[in-house]
Design a protein around this ligand. Structure first.
Ligand SMILES: [Ca+2]
Ligand SMILES: [Ca+2]
Ligand SMILES: [Ca+2]
Ligand SMILES: [Ca+2]
Length: 469
């Protein structure tokens, strides 16, 4: 009995052993396959994109046009904002931009290489986030013509929104350099979209190096749009919706470098992305210094002292944190400006001559028909007699005229920089009340002055006395 019982038990054990061995062999063979198969399928699950919530149209477009293998956008938290990685894009493109169609233009001041320090002729005012600093910080002795925006144009052919930056010279930057376009769709002075391209750019349209950012919570510009409010508390452009062909739509945004005497950076954005918005405001950037979309507006991130000033008489001279960059003021697309639009360009109202002499600096001399002139003087009261005397003028002070009463100033009518004798002239587009505001108003007495400018006439002079320390 025992033996009989033992024999089947041994046989059973051997059978179980064989079965176990076979199972182990099978699982050992399959394990690597399981690993290989599972990983891609898990990572191929598209990450939930914020865009799917607020805008079903784009989400649908994305779902329809994006190939199944499209990887999800890189997680934003781990990304250094403003540095899209120019990885080769295997993504097939259904649409490619053509030659830009342009309809609106904004002019910008230009600098020139020369004696140090290089000082911008105009077009720089930290207090309204306007910069003309295509040169290095501190010594201000190296000029970068490929950073110096000369003019910018915008237009659409119905499919694409094109923006073209014309630079004052130079060649394709070897150093990391960003060029950008901000779009303010609800015309509140706060950018809503940022189109951002980083060198190296090719001479044909490419998505590599191109990124598109969106502001989700309307905090670009911090507390007061168009005015400096450091320190920055908000997120600014926190949502990178497209980078190098990945994200929103593989064809969303493109850029190219057009080499020529005055080289261009050209942008193309699928007009559908901004729901073919017919009327908005826009402005452009070159930036080799900061390159942080999540720090815009830069005058909300840096204090006046940190930013530095490019003008030697300014107490914050020289340019420091904000150097090696340039931008334009805000201009319109698709509507006639009234002059009350927030941050609107000062001198862009009179249509500049269609074909300016290519050698001349594109100085816009506003001669508005129903406009007015406001004159004034900055001075240091050396003999302390409470009034301006010859020889007391303070040069290179930026001053801005904002429309309306000083309690609620609105759009910028003009900016000017005081000359060697301390005097300045502001050409405003219409008569009426204007608030004349120096940069860094705290050092002037009074800090600002309201002027009622007669249409077609001249008001002033208004005097600003330097406060003795
Ligand atoms: Ca410029
Ligand atoms: Ca806005
Ligand atoms: Ca602000
Ligand atoms: Ca934000």
């Amino acid at each position: 009995m025992r033996n009989r019982l033992l024999r089947p038990r041994h046989g059973w054990a051997i059978l179980m052993g064989l079965l176990l061995g076979a199972l182990l062999l099978l699982s050992a063979c399959r394990l690597p396959h399981i690993t290989i198969v599972l990983q891609p399928s898990a990572s191929a699950t598209p990450a939930a994109h914020p865009f799917a919530g607020p805008n079903p149209t784009f989400a649908a477009t994305q779902a329809a046009s994006a190939p199944a293998a499209t990887p999800p956008p890189t997680p934003r938290a781990a990304e250094a904002p403003g540095t899209p990685s120019p990885t080769p894009s295997p993504i097939p493109h259904l649409r490619r931009p053509g030659e830009p169609v342009l309809s609106e233009r904004v002019w910008d001041a230009t600098c020139r290489a020369g004696n140090a320090p290089i000082v911008p002729p105009r077009g720089d005012d930290y207090f309204v986030n306007l910069y003309e600093r295509p040169f290095n910080a501190e010594t201000q002795d190296t000029y970068y013509p490929e950073l110096d925006i000369r003019r910018a144009d915008i237009g659409t052919d119905g499919t694409w929104l094109y923006v073209v930056l014309e630079l004052n010279g130079g060649t394709l930057p070897a150093e990391p350099t960003a060029y950008g376009v901000e779009l303010d769709l609800d015309i509140d002075g706060r950018g809503d979209w940022l189109l951002w391209a980083q060198s190296p750019l090719g001479t044909t349209w490419q998505v590599e190096g191109v990124a598109l950012y969106r502001d989700l919570d309307d905090d670009v510009g911090e507390v007061r749009a168009c005015r400096n409010d450091p320190p920055q508390d908000g997120t600014s452009y926190e949502d990178q919706v497209f980078v190098a062909g990945q994200g929103l739509d593989p064809d969303a945004a493109w850029a190219r470098w057009v080499p020529r005497g005055r080289p261009q950076v050209q942008f193309a954005l699928l007009y559908d992305i901004i729901e073919r918005d017919p009327a908005f405001m826009w402005w452009v950037w070159s930036d080799r210094q900061v390159q942080r979309p999540d720090w815009m507006d830069y005058h909300d991130h840096y204090t006046a002292e940190e930013a530095g000033s490019p003008f030697p008489p300014n107490p914050y001279f020289p340019a420091r944190a904000l150097a090696r960059l340039d931008n334009t003021c805000h201009w319109v697309f698709g509507f006639q400006p009234t002059g009350n639009e927030p941050c609107i360009c000062a001198g862009n109202f009179p249509t500049p001559t269609a074909t300016p002499a290519p050698t001349a600096t594109p100085t816009i001399t506003p001669t508005p028909q129903q406009g007015a002139r406001i004159t004034g003087v900055f001075y240091k009261d050396r003999n302390d007699n409470g009034q301006y005397d010859p020889g007391e003028g303070v040069s290179s002070i930026t001053v801005v005229a904002r429309r309306g009463a000083c309690g609620s100033p609105m759009g910028v009518g003009d900016t000017a920089v005081s000359g060697a004798d301390g005097s300045f002239v502001l050409n405003v587009p219409v008569g009426g009340p204007w608030c004349v505001m120096p940069s860094n108003p705290t050092i002037w007495d009074p800090p600002r002055q309201q002027v009622n400018a007669p249409p077609g006439g001249t008001a002033g002079p208004v005097y600003f006395r330097f406060k003795q320390p």
